[in-house]
Design a protein around this ligand. Sequence first.
Ligand code: ZN
Length: 232
Amino acid sequence: MDRRRLLRTGLVVGGGLVATTVSTGTAVHAQASDGTGPEERPATPDQAWARLREGNRRWVAGSPTHPHQDAARRAEVAEKQDPFAVVFSCIDSRVPPELVFDAGLGDLFVLRTAGQTIDPLITGSAEYGPAELGTPLFVVLGHQRCGAVTAAAESLHDHKKLPGKLSTIASSLRSAYKRSGGDIDKMIRINTIDVVKQLKKDELFAPRIAKGQLKVIGAYYSIDSGEVTRLV
Ligand SMILES: [Zn+2]
């Protein structure tokens, strides 16, 4: 089979998505259904979210195409990057954004902290893509069975301070804990939405959001199914 001219159409039943992938040599690129071409960077917040959703559907279905993970892409973005989204997720080893959204080199800015907790230092890194490069989408991604949130909830419940700087994570999650009634999964979702609300008020984000140039959304990742569900 001539791989350079191979055109493959795959039907992903689980996500209800008909994905067309074009393989040229070693590179396999996803054809986006959001109106953008396979190699076109999503320009709007909605196009960027559609691209992430498509990648996540492939991940859920067990049929990732691993786009932008070859030497050609490395060369393409060597001088300049222009990622289409920022993903702010947990440090949890089971939630790597490039895998769960089936993305590659130069596609995403990735921020990760335990329980995706935020402070001024992290906010500075969060601002970089949207404010300096016009990245159109910011996703705060909470996840099922978050160990950081669980440890914080236990610490707050038992009034036992976590060792070292881990205690700052518990402090950051105190408000979400109080409103969750001790339900860990609810606390994960509340915290994710809290971080979204905080970022929407950011002085560099707010004007871009008002102009429709940026969306900050919250989502939840299921470790069991691999599926990302939008919360807000
Ligand atoms: Zn976590």
